[in-house]
Write a protein that binds this ligand. Structure first.
Ligand code: FAD
Length: 367
């Protein structure tokens, strides 16, 4: 039990009594808030209401005030912004230092952040520095009213069971949530509020945060001198906009982990080209980096309804089916005759896709 070991090692138990309120760490790119921030704000509202506490959203950036106002429409009680040229783009050291300062000062009981690339980098840093727990990739968050504790549920063992994780003795309770998992509420633009600005002074040696909260000025100093490398961002290269349009495609040929390697994806692409269709993918192969995210079909990818959907080397996990089961005709190719995809397909081919897909390409090309 990690918690027991922790207690044995340090011999101390954290005093968690002063921790109040739900926090969302919003994420911006180019001063525009990501959708996941609004999703977490909507979810955070529910948790705060259950606990009878307030919801605060924190935005770090260089010119975020206008954009941050929108958070009130998602029923944030407080919106704190920290603006500085140094915070324009995400950097692990500065973001960690400023956020840890804020958490130590305001003591929120729950902190939520998106399981984006940045969130996955930032979350563990913060939790380690604050000596608290973090549950990654939560799919459900609830309050156990009896214990006033956050129940953080996430898939475990490859999605075969759902594990509910708690952080009983440390605060804040921290969770990351993937984009698209929580529902974004309808914005209510009649709700407005005053944004609170927090001033920071950042240099390579330290971060001085001056928190102006209701006229009160608190000086914070985070020491960055123990960090060997202070990252400088030289260039930000935007991902080329994918031309894939899965939603409107009549035919989609999707590949999953069964494709075996990124090179083998050419087989999938070839069949899609012959049929004049688009290439889809399961999340497993997107996570592997075999194909880009815009190709992903499923709960956290695209929802598609083509005339024909080929599922090649895809097991048929519930999250994949959620995005494609309404296709008119489903053709599955899989070596495992018990694969769940066969339960929803119209035609099932049991066999090696590396043999079957080229045969299909050849046959359709000859038509
Ligand atoms: P696997 O499950 O590993 O299946 C590979 C299949 O290939 C197997 O059935 C195997 O029999 C077959 N195979 C192996 N070799 C061959 C061969 N030579 N020829 C033919 N068949 C072969 N998944 C999504 O796809 N989309 C989502 O949007 C999505 N969102 C998710 C959201 C959440 C919150 C969570 C928890 C999970 C999500 N997932 C999603 C992941 C999902 O649970 C599965 O892990 C994923 O779909 C599995 O991908 P796969 O079928 O390619 O791989």
């Amino acid at each position: 039990d990690a918690m027991e070991i922790d207690k044995e090692e340090t011999g101390e138990k954290q005093d968690i009594s002063g921790y109040k309120g739900v926090w969302v760490l919003a994420e911006q790119r180019g001063n525009k808030l990501l959708d996941v921030s609004f999703e977490l704000c909507s979810e955070g509202r529910k948790l705060a209401d259950e606990l009878g506490t307030s919801l605060s959203v924190i935005v770090l950036g260089s010119d975020v005030k206008e954009e941050a106002k929108e958070l009130f429409a998602y029923k944030a009680d407080n919106v704190y912004i920290v603006e500085d040229e140094e915070l324009k783009d995400y950097r692990t050291e500065t973001y960690t230092a400023v956020i840890c300062d804020l958490i130590n000062e305001f003591k929120p009981e729950i902190v939520l952040l998106g399981a984006t690339h940045n969130g996955r980098d930032l979350g563990p840093r913060i939790s380690a520095r604050l000596d608290t727990g973090l549950t990654a990739d939560c799919t459900k968050l609830e309050i156990d009213k009896e214990r006033n504790i956050l129940l953080q549920t996430r898939p475990a063992f490859g999605g075969n069971l759902m594990a509910t994780i708690i952080c009983p003795d440390h605060r804040p309770q921290m969770s990351t949530v993937r984009p698209g998992v929580m529902e974004k509420a309808e914005p209510d633009h009649s709700k407005t509020g005053e944004i609170e600005e927090i001033e920071v002074e950042i240099n390579a040696e330290n971060v001085n945060s001056q928190i102006t909260d209701s006229g009160k000025i608190i000086n914070l100093k985070s020491d960055l001198s123990d960090i060997d490398i202070f990252t400088t961002i030289k260039e930000i290269v935007k991902e080329a906009k994918a031309s894939v349009n899965l939603e409107d495609a009549d035919i989609i040929v999707s590949g999953g982990r069964g494709v075996g390697s990124p090179e083998n994806f050419e087989l999938i692409e070839e069949l899609a080209t012959v049929l004049g269709g688009e290439v889809g993918a399961s999340r497993a192969v997107v996570d592997e980096g075999w194909i880009e995210k815009p190709h992903q079909v499923g709960q956290t990818g695209k929802t598609v309804k083509p005339k024909v959907y080929f599922a090649c080397g895809i097991s048929g996990a519930i999250q994949h089916k959620a995005g494609m089961e309404n296709s008119n005709l489903i053709i599955a190719i899989n070596t495992d005759q018990d694969a769940p995809i066969f339960e929803i397909c119209d035609y099932g081919l049991v066999g090696d896709l590396k043999k079957i897909v080229p045969l299909l390409s050849k046959a359709f090309a000859e038509l």
